[in-house]
Design a protein around this ligand. Structure first.
Ligand code: SPV
Ligand code: MN
Length: 651
């Protein structure tokens, strides 16, 4: 269980402001008449007190209130430029922001949940006791905004009024952070009081980059106070560490869904996208994938794209799963984004009329951004996050220095993208989700697509995601378990989260029509691991359309499937037809390689999961039952057909 409002409220303790009267006094001192008038329209006492405490503690020269109006947003853009956090690029509306070389991705080793004595935590997360976090805040945050302006923005994580939308306050001395917030979240200044009342809570985020020097980065901290739903972020600028409306608040939403909406809501690291099938029906998917494993690309394959990173889901009155995107923009990895794989995104990045904040890419002498894998001619030289760059540049060890960082990103509003379903995205009723997918980065084990026979198996697929480490976390290497691709954002015990998943997907409220299809996806099988001597992957980026397309048909009962111990897989003829729609031949030999069951590999990953989960307390028995049953089925097949089971044996 998670008890909210337990222990000392660090923000209030350090700030020392306890009443609305005191809060207004503090804010009056820090604002001009116009900004005081703006803040005075907010009536929520807790919100005013929290904002005033941030101001008292951080001691900025003044406070600016971003209401989301055209003028306020323009002020934020200009403040960021004036401070040098962003620079204008040649294309109108484009800017570049560089994070320090030490701060190019989530600082996982400096990210902590603040907990109270005795609270059970995720075994995959770091935590710090409240008293210790208090000491850090007392040491490093007072006066951290001296000489700067503190900007306060009010945002809704979801369309205003949606069942699972929760409002949040973003407080930062960084213009870049607020500028990003304006592109990625819905400013809800006008609705804030009402939304905080309706939702019964709001989140608070306090960030300052301080002097923004490399020597301060070791002191950087990203703290999530679970009990007071407040984040603190210091001495860093990378949006994943600072714009805590995103992953900081996602973590609180995971807590909230797990402990306060058990079985009714989920908060997931998932894209949401719609795919048009026969008769123009739109089937919505929500899919999990670890950071840096193609989640944005998968989402954009949809005809009716909603979001690429986060999903808030609930079971609606009509017994369907509804999903909203808590965001309205994309903070997307640009490496390998090119015309062929991501035409709509490329239109925004290279065309006119879209506001884009670039981060950590190369800027050439003409003020044009470039990145690795864009399919274009690379410039000879330019500037990137490490300073001057030229073709052939080597680091101290003699390794080639790429022109852009692997985690360099673009920030833009989703509605600029041609296949974005903007009206559906803004509907507080959410979109009805029919298919849930889980994918990782798995070179040798699971087939490209498989469907769970029931909810227990589906939840187990989510629990069993693995991936190679990616560039989205500083210092990460090796193959990792990535439960639900959400593990970096699950604060509490994994067992509690898993229990909530079993409850949600086994909800008695689902009908035959509304119960979701749950599937595993894997795009990363290699030729080498499937008995061929060719190099590279067995498929291409664009095949994603086929895997989703098949699931779309399956979800409506339009195709049959082959039963295997690890789920239902497609028949060759159905896939062949779908490949034809993307103008691709699909040889039977490729199908055979992709869908053969490599029994030993599968059993190996099942046992890896069993081992790991056995070390946790209170893991639901259902998980182990599913694994046992799968292993039994696989061993029976091995007995009959050998260690590699051709799919034709099961058809
Ligand atoms: C991710 O790494 O999963 C992201 C970017 O979506 S961040 O905001 O850093 O989490
Ligand atoms: Mn993400």
């Amino acid at each position: 269980m998670l008890e909210l409002k337990k222990g000392d409220d660090i923000l209030l303790t350090v700030g020392g402001v306890n009443t609305v009267e005191e809060a207004l006094e503090v804010l009056k001192e820090k604002t001009d008449a116009a900004n005081f008038e703006k803040i005075s329209k907010i009536k929520n006492a807790d919100a005013l007190i929290r904002i005033a405490n941030a101001a008292k503690m951080c001691a900025p020269d003044n406070v600016f209130v971003d209401t989301g109006s055209v003028e306020d947003v323009q002020w934020v853009r200009e403040y960021s430029l004036k401070k040098g956090e962003e620079k204008k690029l040649t294309k109108d509306g484009h800017t570049i922001h560089f994070d320090l070389p030490q701060d190019q991705a989530r600082l996982v080793n400096q990210t902590y949940y603040i907990i109270n004595e005795g609270e059970k935590m995720s075994s995959l997360a770091k935590s710090v006791l409240r008293a210790e976090a208090m000491d850090y805040v007392k040491e490093f945050m007072p006066g951290i905004m001296k000489g700067m302006t503190m900007i306060v923005g009010f945002f809704s994580r979801g369309p205003v009024g949606a069942e699972a939308a929760i409002p949040a306050i973003e407080i930062s001395s960084s213009g870049y952070v607020l500028h990003s917030a304006e592109l990625l979240y819905r400013n809800c200044y006008a609705d804030f009081d009402q939304e905080a009342e309706r939702a019964g809570l709001f989140y608070t985020n306090v960030h300052s980059e301080g002097p923004n020097r490399p020597e301060d980065v070791p002191n950087a901290r990203i703290f999530m106070d679970r009990s007071w739903q407040t984040t603190f972020s210091t001495f860093c600028t990378y949006a994943g560490n600072t714009l805590l409306l995103k992953k900081g608040n996602h973590r609180f939403s995971v807590d909230y869904a797990t402990y306060y909406k058990t079985g009714d809501q989920l908060s997931e690291h998932m894209f949401i996208t719609g795919l048009r099938g026969p008769g123009d029906r739109v089937t919505y998917f929500a899919g999990a994938a670890p950071s840096g494993c193609g989640k944005t690309t998968t989402a954009m394959v949809g005809t009716d794209f909603i979001g690429d990173d986060l999903a808030q889901m609930w079971i609606a009155e009509d017994n369907s799963i509804r999903a909203i995107n808590p965001e309205k923009g994309i903070f997307g990895i640009v490496e390998d984004v090119n015309r062929e794989g991501d035409p709509f995104l490329m239109d925004c990045l290279r065309g006119d009329g879209t506001e884009v904040i670039w981060s950590n890419v190369l800027i050439d002498e003409a003020g044009v951004p470039h990145w690795v894998g864009n399919g274009e001619d690379a410039p000879e030289k330019g500037t990137n996050f490490q300073g001057e760059w030229w073709t052939g540049k080597k680091d101290d060890e003699g390794n080639a220095v790429p022109m852009s960082h692997k985690n360099s990103r673009c920030t833009l509003v989703a509605s600029a993208i041609a296949n974005h379903a903007t009206a559906a995205s803004e509907d507080p009723a959410g979109v009805p989700v029919k298919v849930i997918t889980y994918s990782g980065r798995d070179a040798d084990t699971m087939p490209p697509v498989r469907v769970a026979e029931n909810a227990d198996v589906g939840v187990t697929i989510g629990a069993s995601i693995i991936s190679k480490a990616t560039a989205t976390e500083v210092g990460a290497t090796g193959v990792r378990r990535q439960p639900w691709a959400n593990a970096p954002f699950i604060p509490g015990a994994l067992a509690d989260y898993m229990d909530a998943q079993f409850k949600f997907f086994n909800s008695p409220r689902f009908t035959e029509q509304t119960k979701p299809v749950m599937a595993g996806l894997n795009y990363f099988l290699t030729h080498q691991n499937r008995g061929s001597d060719q190099p590279g992957l067995l498929g291409e980026k664009k095949d994603v359309k086929v895997w989703l397309g098949w699931l779309e048909l399956y979800a409506h009962g339009d195709v049959e499937a082959i039963a295997t111990p690890i789920g239902f897989v497609p028949k060759y003829d159905d896939l062949k037809k779908l490949f034809a729609t993307i103008d691709k031949e699909y040889p039977k030999s490729l199908y055979d390689m992709q869908f053969a069951l490599y029994v030993d590999n599968i059993i190996h990953v099942i046992e890896l999961q069993e081992e790991a989960y056995k070390k946790e307390e209170n893991i639901p028995a259902t998980l182990f039952e599913v694994y046992t049953k799968q292993k039994k089925g696989l061993l029976e097949l091995k007995e009959k057909y050998g260690a590699v089971v051709a799919i034709d044996n099961l058809a």
